[in-house]
Design a protein around this ligand. Structure first.
Ligand code: HEC
Length: 120
């Protein structure tokens, strides 16, 4: 009789312990909800422009025009790459093909270890 009472006390305590532990567990939020709440909404197009500007892509992929201040990006040809209305500059014959990259003055064309004239 006494053993039975002790056993029911133990089981009661065990049940209470399980209840306490299960109440303590936090419910995990789905990842989408966490990400949505932590990141400010961004304009993807504006962010892409920012990335291209910050990484200097236009420095090589936009033809330049000469001004009193020196060469500047020709914004009418922004990111057009090499201006194909212009004749390609000849590859100098005295430049060996090797671990070099040789750029045209406005950086929109280059010859390098790949051995061809490539347009940026
Ligand atoms: C230092 C000059 C330079 C800068 C700066 C530069 N590029 Fe380039 N890019 C080149 C050259 C030269 C090539 C062609 C070489 C090749 O294809 O191996 C090229 C090729 C590419 C091509 C492949 C074009 C094609 O028709 O296959 C892409 C796309 C490109 N660049 C994107 C970018 C982006 C985006 C950035 C900015 C993060 C950038 N480039 C910055 C010089 C540059």
């Amino acid at each position: 009789m006494r053993t039975q009472r002790n056993l029911s006390k133990i089981l009661g305590l065990l049940g209470l312990l399980i209840l306490l532990v299960s109440c303590q567990q936090k419910k995990e939020k789905p990842l989408e909800e966490i990400v949505e709440n932590q990141l400010p909404p961004i304009d993807l197009v504006a962010h892409g422009k920012y990335m291209v500007d910050v990484l200097g892509c236009a420095d090589c992929h936009t033809p330049k025009k000469m001004t009193d201040m020196g060469p500047v990006l020709d914004m009418e040809k922004y990111l057009m790459g090499y201006d194909s209305s212009q004749e390609m500059p000849p590859v100098p014959e005295n430049v060996p093909i090797g671990p070099w990259v040789l750029f045209k003055g406005d950086l929109t064309a280059a010859v390098g270890p790949w051995g061809n004239l490539l347009l940026g």
